[in-house]
Design a protein around this ligand. Sequence first.
Ligand code: ATP
Ligand code: MG
Length: 619
Amino acid sequence: MSANTDPKPTSPPPVRPSDAGASGQLGPKEAERPLNFIRQMVEADGAARKWGEWTAADAARPGAGQVAGTPRVHTRFPPEPNGYLHIGHAKSICVNFGLAKAYGGLFNLRFDDTNPAKEEQEYVDSIKADVRWLGADWDGPFGGGIYWSSDYFQKMYEFAEELIGKGLAYVCDLTGEQVAEFRGPPNRPGKPSPFRDRGAAESLVLFRAMRAGEFATGAKTLRAKIDMSSPNINLRDPIMYRILHEEHHNTGKMWCIYPMYDWAHGFEDSIEGITHSICTLEFENHRPLYDWFIRSVNQGRADGDKIHHAQQIEFSKLRPTYTVLSKRNLLKMVEEQMVSGWDDPRMPTLSGLRRRGYTPESLVAFCEDVGLTKVESFIDLGRLENAIREHLNKTAPRAMAVLRPLEVVIENWPEGKVDELDFVVNPEDPSAGVRKVPFSRVIYIEREDFMEEPPKKFFRLAPGQEVRLRWAYFITCTGLTKDAAGNITQVRATYDPATRGGDAPVGPDGKPTKKVKGTLHWVSAAHAVAAEVRLFDRLFGAEHPGERTGNAFDELNPGSREVVKALIEPHLVKGAVGERVQFERLGYFCVDRDSAPGAMVFNRTVTLKDGWAKDAGKA
Ligand code: ATP
Ligand code: MG
């Protein structure tokens, strides 16, 4: 064999960060199941043309994915730009964009910025990037555009005056505490506010004065006049507007009254022509309010003058085990430096998962696999890990790296000789072909793959024992060297030239002439390159963080991040940020953005097997 030490330049390119995502197609898993309840509803609405049809003008928009005469489906994803998106949001994006795409409809990205706050451009940018990464376009064939709730403040204000005029809303002087106290518990009727019967004219004057800035923050509210004895607390004269002397990133100092979520949300949907307003289950008992507000605006209006009334639909939140999701908690982890940032690879944020090496395809597959229900339940985090394993098993090229190297000298291998062996790039994908991997006299194996005094079923390397080096040769251990402290510093071995490629020759009976039980990964010392490898594990050690002590952060997993100096195959030094690879026997890894030429950094995305599964004995 020639001594060509140049790493094979013909290796197929590793998997690149992909642009595919949030498919509107039913994935293989979902296709086997009956249509989920939201799709059933959308299809029934479509058959009845409940929301009308796309017109020729709609279909004529350049690049439009809508067909004239087909039923309208228009969804939205409405994040509040107060943090980075997490895996729960991915579910919502997949549901909403998936519906628009599957039914030739439209999908809006709407920043729900009704709370006055400084503009957090960082959050806005990250949300856009994450939505796109998942494959959900707001400006493609199924894109309805990008919107800001604060653009509707004036319109909402006009609706509020209209309700006051109809005697359906009043200005109330109770404090926040009093409002809560007067509402009472759900099982007993509440007590009406003394301001409930304030006349419409007086309320209107006061509401205008609220808007004009004549009252202090919190001094007054505008409340809907609904039902103080409703068993649904949300209907006990909910607050529509509160006074807040705060600047808003979009509207500046124009407003000092700000709409409450329940009051605002339906109008946002209405103005944008949303058909199915999909939210999570905790809003189920807000739906009567959502409907009441729209109906109240429409009350007394002529047919042609009525505003659009979308259908609110709730599904249960995605709640994976071993993590926390709410932005409030995630922000705390970032601020208190429990993690390195929003995109720490252990974070359940989309930017964290992306940096960790997750593909958008795997997240979409996971969301489809989990399905849509109205039942609150936890989803085993292992299912998310399985989704990325499944995708990378099919797509990630294989390579070898040694995390904790132990030197092995092949005594009967000539000094300076290099063999170039065929390495199958991906056994799951024959089209990925083979590449060459250099083998020489000194190699490294994983320290834990050698034992001086092995227990019975240790099939890896030990004195006198023979193993296979992946794609290379069988070697037999002939001796070892220790330092003064008794640590093994070097292992010696001989190789069997008849086993080149990693298989024993076949005998006259058609069977291999010998067998070994263990197969080890390795790198050639003369060719290997040092790299930093970050080994991540679950961020929380408990299935339901916080259940035990009431504080989720008590259960942070101290072993969730470990950094090792590894040795990797030489061709990997060309990896671009985000490139993914399977290190044989160790897991799936990707190139971290901290990588620099000559100083590669890899993140472990996931191990090859679930170490947390109950049958792995670590439940
Ligand atoms: P969090 O408290 O985690 O920040 P949120 O609901 O306050 O979540 P928003 O920015 O208001 O965050 O959410 C945008 C959309 O994402 C909403 O429609 C919301 O219902 C949805 N969403 C949020 N969390 C989840 C989840 N865990 N599963 C599914 N959808 C979710
Ligand atoms: Mg929120």
